[in-house]
Design a protein around this ligand. Structure first.
Ligand code: AMP
Length: 621
């Protein structure tokens, strides 16, 4: 007879209890919320059947409007109506582009972004929390129950600060965040699991304010992110800005007030969206001073004028392909995500570049939220989805400082996480009892060009001859991207470790800047490394030969031999002040050759010493 399990009173789950979980695509322009209903990811609508909820918040005197309710205030009360707040998340005031073109009043006394509104100072986290609250309530009304948990998507380039800011906003909104996942990864979840099982895919995500490119490998339903790249400030908004500039130029508009600036951008956006389905569009609107504006734009002119923006998306694709070491021909499909990919010249450019039709059979606005809802459903415990394993990558390489101010990379950029790597290092000086471990992030060869993450010291190393201690330095990055570094002296097993957040405080610009610099300086870096290594080797041999000369030179060598060696030491040490790696290597070889017979005499002497006083049969040869 089968045994029945009996739960503690009050601890059994109710039959058919279903935990309500949602996936949120917290977009720059619009946000969406989805849930899994009867096994199918479904986008939720508000009471007016809207699917896209504008990521807009209006702070009125005693009332806050969010989403569609906030839209009318864009024109009438621009200063108190916040759009694209996602661009401000985890950023400081000096990160904001086009600050003067924005209709807000910033608190300039703070490094943080603080918006002065009718309801007082608002931090981007609070604004974002108001959007999330709206989405949570909308889902609860639609699902007739309390939402217990959510998965929220963020751009692949969001660093720890930005992710943390998003998590804080969710907490403020009363949401339990099960996980933050990258937007392209969520899109792949929606596509890959529903339709494709195998292959290598590009996720091309052009939203309102950000551009992300990801290369994903799908193998038997398991995703692996091979590489990510992108542009933190490129999206549909830039195309709006380009059209607004055309209108300003054509209609000779200067010195616009806040409301007019906003209405110009709104008109530009309408024109752009309309041009996706119409060959030409005419906009008619009136400025606050009563001036009527009539502006016509045809698709060909629009394509010509915004071609540079389209081209800006190609460079990151090339970099991602090169990071993943993949030719264009190995890409099995290109998934289009984000409302701005509806623009026909984006679609055609991508088709030409990859020589294939992009995949766009799911709504580009909804893909991310659908994938997120599927993840939320699984993580909330409604389904044990063993197949769905998401792997992520480290955006920048991690390593430690070595002699000569160089960086030895231990975990290379774009390694899939979780990951653990270890390498052995040794001491530089005789009798060295401590070793300073300087953890660095970046692609460059020199410490001064990388970002310092942590510093710690391994002490109590037993005194040994330089180069004989073995220190094992291990790097480990867990699934949440947290890095821990440990250093262990292998003869005593003494260990010291530190936990660091690899990307804490690193802005998207800094990350992009560091990557660009490393590409631009790769050749120069190689030369610097070669020179530095040559100098270290030269210094090491000089110290070793000088010590040996001091100790045994007089009784093992002739005066002339000593003179020759000292001359070679002098020329080598003078060359160390120069920047010629080949010269240093040559002179080091010369000193090595010159001291060869001295070295063998030293060896004979130490063997002799070891045998002294022992009969031949006692010697273990
Ligand atoms: P997302 O951040 O994914 O919500 O994308 C929003 C961006 O997509 C905005 O810049 C929109 O103007 C743009 N967008 C939405 N629909 C269209 C369309 N039909 N044609 C061109 N751009 C569009």
């Amino acid at each position: 007879m089968a045994l029945l399990q009996i739960a503690e009173p009050g601890q059994s789950t109710l039959p058919h209890q279903h935990k309500l979980s949602i996936g949120i695509d917290l977009g720059t322009t619009n946000s969406l919320v989805a849930t899994v209903q009867s096994g199918l990811p479904t986008i939720l609508k508000d009471k007016d059947d809207h699917v896209l909820i504008p990521s807009v918040v209006h702070y009125g005197k005693n009332i806050t409007h969010v989403g569609h309710d906030a839209l009318p205030f864009l024109l009438t009360d621009a200063k108190n109506t916040i759009v694209s707040v996602k661009r401000f998340m985890g950023q400081s005031l000096n990160h904001i582009q086009y600050k003067d073109a924005l209709p807000y009043e910033f608190d300039e006394t703070s490094q943080d972004i603080q918006l002065k509104t009718e309801q007082g100072i608002k931090h981007p986290i609070e604004v974002s929390a108001d959007i999330l609250k709206k989405l949570k309530t909308m889902a609860e009304v639609s699902l007739c129950g309390e939402v217990t948990a959510a998965v929220i998507t963020v751009p692949a380039y969001f660093d720890d600060t930005q992710r943390q800011a998003t998590k804080d906003a969710a907490k403020l909104a009363g949401l339990n965040v099960l996980r933050l996942i990258n937007e392209p990864t969520a899109a792949a979840v929606a596509y890959g699991l529903d339709q494709k099982k195998e292959g290598t895919f590009i996720i091309y995500d052009l939203g309102g304010g950000t551009f992300d490119i990801s290369i994903l490998k799908l193998h038997q339903g398991v995703f692996e992110v091979l590489a990510t790249n992108g542009h933190p400030h490129l999206g549909g908004d830039d195309f709006d800005q380009a059209i607004a500039e055309m209108i300003k130029k054509t209609c000779s508009l200067n010195q616009l007030n806040h409301e007019d600036k906003r209405s110009l951008i709104m008109e530009a956006k309408k024109i752009k969206e309309s041009l996706s389905t119409h060959p030409d569009v005419t906009a008619k609107f009136t400025l606050s001073n009563g001036k009527d504006i009539v502006f016509t734009l045809n698709r060909d002119t629009f394509i010509l004028e915004t071609n540079d923006l389209v081209q800006k998306t190609i460079q990151p694709i090339k970099r991602a392909l090169s990071d993943a070491k993949l030719p264009i021909t190995s890409i099995d499909g290109v998934v289009m995500v984000g409302g701005a990919t509806r623009m026909p010249h984006i679609q055609s450019e991508i088709k030409t570049f990859f020589k294939q039709e992009p995949l766009n059979n799911l709504n580009p606005d909804e893909v991310v939220a659908l994938g997120a809802s599927r993840q939320a459903h699984t993580l909330a415990g409604n389904k044990s989805d063993q197949d769905l394993l998401l792997l992520d990558v480290t955006p920048l390489s991690l390593g430690i400082e070595t002699m000569g101010g160089l960086v030895e990379k231990i975990i290379h950029r774009n390694s899939t996480i979780p990951v653990a790597k270890a390498q052995e290092f040794t001491t530089f000086k005789d009798g060295q009892t401590a070793m300073s471990i300087h953890v660095l992030q970046g692609e460059r060869e020199r410490v001064s060009d990388c970002r310092s993450l942590a510093n710690f010291t391994l002490t109590d190393i037993p005194p040994m001859v330089a180069g004989s201690a073995k220190i094992r330095v291990a790097f480990q990055i867990d699934a949440d991207g947290l890095l821990s570094v440990s250093a262990r002296e292998l003869s005593t097993n003494k260990e010291t470790s530190v936990t660091v957040k690899p990307s804490y405080g690193l802005s998207e610009e800094q990350m992009i800047h560091m990557l660009t610099q490393s590409f631009e300086n790769a050749e120069e870096d190689k030369k610097i490394r070669a020179l530095s290594e040559a100098k270290i080797e030269g210094e090491q041999i000089i110290t070793a030969v000088q010590n040996a000369l001091h100790k045994d030179g007089k009784h093992l060598l002739t005066q002339d031999e000593i003179k020759d060696i000292q001359n070679a030491i002098y020329t080598l040490s003078s060359s160390l002040k120069e920047s010629d790696a080949d010269l240093i290597i040559g002179l080091t070889k010369n000193l090595n050759a010159l001291t060869e017979s001295f070295a063998s005499k030293l060896m004979d002497q130490s063997v002799g010493n070891a045998l002294k006083g022992k009969s031949i049969d006692k010697v273990n040869l």
